[in-house]
Design a protein around this ligand. Structure first.
Ligand SMILES: [Zn+2]
Length: 648
């Protein structure tokens, strides 16, 4: 499932051709475009491939796919060949035939070949050669061939991604020589179906989009505070509406639907990592089976209602019976090598007051809550080993001592991942600051700049970093369109982080390619967030605009507003000892508040929700004022600027 890839041997980018290729390109451009200005001809040079291939040369000429083109595939590659035909058919309006040999009279061919001797590129690497006479993709395994097909899709005009026939398009492919393979074996995206539920078709589309970006690990967070999202044989109570949290969309996946999604992903060379969160984050299970809760009364909330339960009683043997039953069925449904057991954010205080938990601590000679949690995690880890699965958990599983062979998902920064890798554990990097896609204001550029291998690790330790992934949590019950906008195009930036050679990382060049990539997402119906237009600076803050307690500050809004519509107002820290905290933002005209965004954000060494969203109605000619309620946390030494721009 996770083939090893060779060390990154080559690094090149579109700007880094070997000289002969560059000469060939210039010569071909001159030949093809004798009467065109050279600059225009050169503009046709760089196909917008995301993630950027390890090595790519642009060659002379083009190949055109027509209804006469035949896909020729050996026996091992025929399914991948049919996938390629399936990808082209909706937009092209014709289905290319798949043949085992070049048919007599075939005008042009696309050849897919599995060559077991091509080991230097690993199972996921491939060669893709386009010449005026044909297209050839070769790989040691079907995964690599499939990625070659994904690259070929991106070499075609973006209309190829449309769901209905695109009229008047010539399916031209530029001639290229590509040699490609991924940097990391773990290239993940998490979808949270445990806070809120998404229907099966949305999940399959999520997986489709991952495949386009050569991501190969779908982390499916199946249970959490909101809902238990799938069927467990013999445990129907888990699915009862009474166990669901407020605002959760109703629904669950049947076992057949889970199998369907697993098979669907496998055909796209994507492994599903199922997560059952434990010992905390489990109100649905505990509302269904209250006997698995610690036997003591729960507190009440401010309305006098009992708090939703949170953590299993880990002193009660019935908890282990339940979880082993669940994990056995999970292992039957999901064939991947790993099972994720969560392990995050579990308070220990109730355990310390529970007679069953206390008895367990005494019997096992455990001294505190952390050691009790560690006992629980290790015991679950042993059970998974017995089921021939590897355990992975959020970095809290390090507390109280980590189970041998456990893999750690580092989310609270990189430090836990560094500690785990130094201790010889495998690590997946998933830190909040770069990879939590439910955080709306983490810019694409920041995601693109993420480096999964910290400098603190030597070569041996760094080899424990399997890769990285991004998280799409659904605590706020986002709509499907909102999930699209949170994930894309940031997932395209992540794809490049985990696939492309580190030395080829160049944000400006990425943005140029992204401009070519977004029309593909549009054709696929993805409601991606457009790239931010650069806002207009409308003011600055310095010491005089600060206060230890919240105070109102006005800035004249003389520029930047162009009529009605939605605007983003960004507070951007530029220096000083103190971060700038924003409690509310208002747009005022003629003494009237036209729009307001009241949420707490800050900007400093790190930013948190520092973008304010307002919608402006028809405006009069009177001057506009930006009025913000602000404070600072460490004195008046803070400075920065405020930008306004139309919401992209
Ligand atoms: Zn207990």
């Amino acid at each position: 499932m996770f083939p090893t890839t060779p060390e990154t041997r080559t690094q090149s980018s579109i700007r880094n051709y070997p000289l002969p290729a560059l000469l060939r390109h210039v010569m071909s451009a001159c030949f093809v475009a004798l009467f065109l200005p050279l600059a225009l001809a050169a503009e046709t040079a760089a196909p917008a491939i995301i993630p950027l291939p390890a090595k790519m040369e642009i060659l002379a000429g083009t190949f055109v796919i027509t209804s006469e083109t035949v896909i020729v595939a050996d026996a091992a590659s025929s399914a991948t060949a049919r996938q390629l035909a399936g990808y082209l058919k909706p937009a092209a309006g014709f289905a290319l035939p798949v043949a085992a040999q070049v048919p007599a009279g075939a005008k042009t061919t696309i050849t897919l070949t599995q060559d077991p001797n091509l080991t230097r590129l690993g199972q996921e690497g491939y060669l893709l050669n386009v010449t005026p006479d044909g297209i050839r993709i070769v790989s040691a395994a079907q995964a690599g061939l499939f990625y070659g097909v994904q690259t070929l899709r991106q070499l075609l005009p973006p209309q190829v991604f449309a769901a209905t026939p695109a009229k008047g398009i010539t399916w031209t492919v530029p001639c290229v020589a590509i040699e490609d393979h991924p940097r990391f074996t773990w290239r993940g995206l998490m979808l949270d179906s445990g806070h809120d539920f998404q229907n099966k078709d949305f999940v399959k589309r999520f997986i489709d989009l991952m495949a386009l970006h050569k991501l190969n690990l779908f982390h499916w967070h199946l249970t959490d505070l909101g809902t238990w999202s799938f069927e467990i044989n013999g445990r129907p109570k888990l699915l009862e509406a009474a166990t669901r949290g407020p605002g959760v969309k109703p629904g669950h996946y049947t076992r057949d639907e889970i199998r369907e999604v697993v098979g669907y992903a496998a055909a796209l060379h994507i492994t599903i990592l199922p997560e059952i969160d434990m010992p905390g984050h489990e109100p649905p299970a505990l509302l269904a089976y209250p006997e698995l809760d610690c036997q003591q009364p729960r507190g009440v909330d401010k309305n006098g209602k009992p708090n939703r339960p949170w953590e299993f009683c880990v002193g009660n043997e019935k908890t282990y019976v339940f979880l082993e039953e669940v994990l056995s069925q999970v292992a039957d449904l999901f064939p991947g090598p790993y099972i994720h057991i969560g392990g995050d954010e579990c308070p220990k205080d109730r355990w310390l007051g529970c007679p069953l938990c206390q008895a367990k601590m005494k019997a096992e000679n455990l001294h505190n809550g952390e050691e009790l949690q560690s006992y629980f995690i290790k015991r679950i880890g042993k059970f998974l080993e017995f089921r021939n699965r590897r355990m992975i958990g959020w970095d809290e599983i390090l507390e109280g001592g980590l189970a041998p062979n456990a893999t750690v998902m580092s989310w609270r920064g990189m430090g836990k991942g560094i500690a785990a890798a130094k201790a010889g554990h495998d690590v997946v990097m998933a830190p909040t600051a770069w990879t939590y896609f439910d955080y709306p204001d983490t810019p694409v550029e920041k995601v693109y700049g993420f480096e999964p291998v910290p400098k603190e690790l030597d070569a041996v330790q760094a080899a424990h970093v399997l890769g990285a992934q991004a998280q799409m949590w659904t605590d706020n019950h986002p709509s499907e369109d909102r999930i699209d906008a949170l994930v894309y195009p940031r997932a395209a930036a992540l794809a490049e982080v985990v696939w492309s050679p580190v030395a080829s990382r160049d944000y400006d060049a990425f943005v140029v390619r992204l401009q070519g990539h977004l029309p593909r997402l549009a054709a696929l119906g993805v409601h991606y967030k457009p790239l931010a237009a650069a806002g207009t600076v409308i003011g600055h803050w310095t010491a005089e605009h600060t206060s230890p307690t919240p105070k109102l500050v006005d800035w004249p809004l003389a520029t930047g507003v162009k009529g009605t519509g939605k605007y983003d107002i960004t507070f951007q820290y530029e220096g000083g000892k103190s971060r700038y905290q924003i409690h509310a933002v208002e747009i005022v005209q003629d003494g009237k508040v036209l729009a307001t965004d009241k949420h707490f954000g800050w900007t400093g060494a790190s930013d948190h929700d520092n973008v304010y969203h307002v919608e402006l109605p028809q405006l009069s000619k009177a001057p506009l004022i930006l009025r913000a309620t602000v404070s600072t946390d460490f004195g008046p030494d803070s400075r920065g600027r405020i930008l306004i721009g139309k919401t992209p």
